[in-house]
Design a protein around this ligand. Sequence first.
Ligand code: IVH
Length: 705
Amino acid sequence: MKTIILPMSDAGKKGQAEKRIEELRAELRRHEHLYYVMDAPEISDAEFDKLMKELKGLEAEHPELVTPDSPSQRVGGKPAEGFQKVRHSRPMLSLDNAYSEEELRDWDRRVHELAGSLPVEYTAEQKMDGLSIALHYEAGPDGSARLVRGLTRGDGQIGEEVTSNVRTIRSVPLVISAEKLTGAGVPATFEVRGETVMPEKAFEQMNKERVAEGLEPAVNPRNAAAGTLRTKDSSIVAQRRLDVYAYFLLVNGEYLDLGQDATLDALTALGFRVNPHRGKMHKVEEMMKFIEQTEKRRPTLGYDIDGVVFKVNSQATQARLGYTGRAPRWALAYKFAAEQAITQMYDIMITTGRTGKLTPTAMLKPVFVGGATISRATLHNADWIERMGLRIGDWVKIERGGDVIPKVAAIVEDADHPRGKEKYVYPTHCLVCGAEAVREEGEADYRCVNIDCPALLHGAIEHWASRAVMNIEGLGEQSVYALIETNAVKSVADLYSLTEEKLASLTQETERNGVKKQQRVFGPVEIKKLLKQIEGSKEAGLARVLMGLGIRFVGERTADAIAQEFGSMDAIMNASKDELERVEEIGARISHAITDFFARPANRELIEHLKAAGVKMTAEKKQKTTQLAGLTLVLTGTLPNLSREEAKAKIEAAGGKVSGSVSKKTNYVIAGEEAGSKLDKARELNVPVLDEAGLVALLEGRSRE
Ligand code: IVH
């Protein structure tokens, strides 16, 4: 039969192109999933490229049909301007660690105690050594789910939006069909959390290229992945081949009540890459076996792992166990033992940190350990060095576990490794300012206590500007050094009086080939950026400012808690130790450090300067929880975990009332074991009855059933 080709109208052509584009996209998506997630390609790379080429060709002809979720868009788009900060739907927490069977047993015991009568089964997963990521999907018009946002962990509360970079990662689905969603029982608007890793091969490739370009190679895949994810040009990200392994599924900031094991199944069904090395178990012996197997597999996986994560499987049990400030009680990371190597130490370097502490660092002949080349390691403190009688030229054993900074673990001495000759004499003076360093009773370190020491100021400013504190980009080590050296900045408050003229006038002497020259420290573009960043940091808020002051022991979590409780710097400055200790996280040690800090006039003056400069020093006070406002509850029987007093205190703290007898006005009866007549009365009057878990859920505002 002869086919007659009729000339087509433009609309007809477009309709046909649209259809073909859709076909190609569906086909490409299927092959991407087979290739990147299942590791089971059906077609050759060349065939894949051909389909992609056809799609790109059609999209070039019909640019109005290009959508951000098209597979063609994985090549990355225009460079992003900075990164938007976005609050997480619920904090991205950390994990508590265990390093031995004993610690694992302790955890298992605690889990059982707290779980009471609820089931305890564990899931085991590999702990991948990358960085966590949150992927947000939203319902599209056709009921499918579309990737709308990718956020890094950031500080755990607020992440950085890296969506255009995440779009280039092939194992992240850009669209998930309505059928798949229905099949997995997941609504079209949801969030997936997982780990971004750079596979070994990609890491080697990247470093080869960097070295060829005369750049420093990245130390390890984790750093490489972190750097890549925060690259401003997503076409570079597209070349780097990151992978995302999914492990959590949330809807409206809550975990689905599937439990962990079924969550991993659902994620697989939705097309995410889920680490296949996983298990389910009850006993510590089985957990140890899983750890052993995983450690054996470790060298051949093709990506880095640094341990095993155990999670309580049941969602109800997880809810009962709850969280500490930084980590869930229902999960634990078992970290593999640190890797070791032996090398020679040719010198010891002493630096003065922002707290004035003199910190010794071992300078080493480069050695490969724990996936990275190490040429420096921490040396504990002066006390340790003296006790060990360390000598320059000694051979030392280096230990390095995953993200942990390498440390000198021991001195090695045998026929091949003779002791060094020169006994090391610890300096008694700060090497930066020359002032005598002091070592207080019972302290292991020397400290420089000269408040004018440039090292202290340098450290203070770097800390103030760091990402976790005021997040002032463009204030790196060198520029801070220049600001101090030129006397432009004598305290962190001075940063806020820097002007364009002032920064432009700063010069530094440089020397090249014996010729001395005065050179500008900052160029005009840098100056604009820096001033904008400094201005923006004024809004960082009370907790960040508090952290930025560098008070001993006051880190992020403590600063957050204090800021929420007191609401303003004035209230904190004038608080007594007792008042400070009313904050849950704060004990005598911290309250002492805080009151001691504010007792010094120079520090109060600093606060006044910052205030005058317009740095915000207030915070939203913690909202009183009013989850149970207006409700009357009756307690009866013995609850598994909470004492009668604890339960009453919690209810009242949430705005509820506790009554001694059941009436029609009672909203809930909380019944424990051996509940008596009050329970009968509740049933008679049709008052809802909850167990302890129900009460906890109610207090957390999760449900009222
Ligand atoms: S669960 C509540 N599962 O390890 C946070 N984390 O040390 C629990 N990680 O920030 C996260 N593999 O980036 C979980 N299978 C896994 C993991 C995993 C790697 C990372 C994650 C987390 C860090 C905590």
